[in-house]
Write a protein that binds this ligand. Structure first.
Ligand SMILES: Cc1cc2nc3c(=O)[nH]c(=O)nc-3n(C[C@H](O)[C@H](O)[C@H](O)COP(=O)(O)OP(=O)(O)OC[C@H]3O[C@@H](n4cnc5c(N)ncnc54)[C@H](O)[C@@H]3O)c2cc1C
Length: 249
């Protein structure tokens, strides 16, 4: 009898940083290109591991995972967005590394992906946790399907809302797509949602359920993930199969 097929192990390859820019005061967007000229194929939601020339306490190079923020395409390039974490060795290096630097990359990796036919979906992110949703939303909208896709994105202030212009433009073009921003430190004059994503997720989930069995995709730091899961399980009746979580820590 044939053995069940296993997914191929992730590839290791070298990539050159070909462009970099600050997209918010604390987030740098990095564009990499494979050195060997091979296409980089991934699914929206997957991530890569970067091997950094910064040694850990045991003298080994640091390895750090970053979600692919680029929309999947059959090219040699891919993009990442990195939050500068205070006293974080890996993210500080990636905020300072010059264009032209080559790094070892392992990937794509991970199973935090969305089936295009998944049905009504709520995407909940804080900070760079929005990265995997960029590709998922573009793919879902390009597929021509019409189920609701709602992104709830929590950041401190408008300055921190990466990809907001792009996602707002998509929302204007596609009636089934909503982009909902919530600010934890809103400035004067802000009339939109405020507070943490945890405070908005239940009402959106209940509203979304009117369109069919909903799924929720949540990405960011663990504390937020666990609180969102708790409220949706205990008050929203969400089942395990409807909850998809990706933790950054
Ligand atoms: C699957 C996966 C995907 C990831 N994707 C991304 C990504 O797309 N962009 C990104 O910036 N980070 C991402 N991370 C986090 C990243 O791997 C590093 O942990 C992060 O850059 C901090 O590393 P550091 O060496 O600077 O700091 P460390 O000293 O290793 O970490 C310090 C602390 O930073 C916190 N932290 C980690 N990530 C973040 C973050 N994004 N925002 C705020 N605080 C954070 C953690 O609580 C951690 O305890 C991902 C992690 C995983 C596991």
């Amino acid at each position: 009898m044939a053995e069940p097929s296993r997914p191929a192990p992730p590839e290791t390859f070298e990539a050159t940083l070909v462009a970099a820019r600050l997209v918010t005061p604390r987030v740098r967007e990095l564009l990499f290109e494979r050195v060997d000229g091979q296409p980089f194929l991934h699914r929206a939601g997957q991530w890569v591991s970067l091997v950094l020339p910064v040694l850990d306490e045991k003298g080994r190079p640091l390895r750090r995972a970053y979600s692919l923020s680029s929309v999947p395409a059959a090219g040699v390039r891919f993009e990442l967005v990195v939050t500068r974490v205070d006293d974080g060795a890996g993210s500080t290096f990636l905020h300072e590394v010059p264009v032209g630097t080559r790094l070892e990359v392992k990937g794509p990796q991970g199973t935090f992906t969305r089936d295009v036919e998944a049905g009504p979906s709520l995407f909940v992110a804080t900070g760079t946790g929005v990265a995997p949703f960029r590709g998922m939303v573009h793919e879902a909208l390009a597929s021509g399907r019409s189920e609701p896709l709602w992104v709830l994105f929590g950041v401190r202030s408008l300055d921190d809302a990466l990809f907001a212009d792009e996602l707002e433009a998509l929302a204007r073009q596609h009636p089934q797509f909503r982009f909902l921003l919530t600010l934890s430190r809103p400035g004067p004059g802000w009339v939109g949602r405020s507070g943490y994503v945890q405070g908005h997720v239940l009402s959106l989930w209940q509203e979304l359920a009117a369109f069919g069995t909903p799924h929720v995709y949540v990405c960011g730091v663990k504390k937020m993930l666990l609180e969102v899961r708790e409220v949706l399980k205990t008050q929203g009746g969400a089942q395990r199969a409807q909850l998809h979580l990706e933790s950054y820590d």
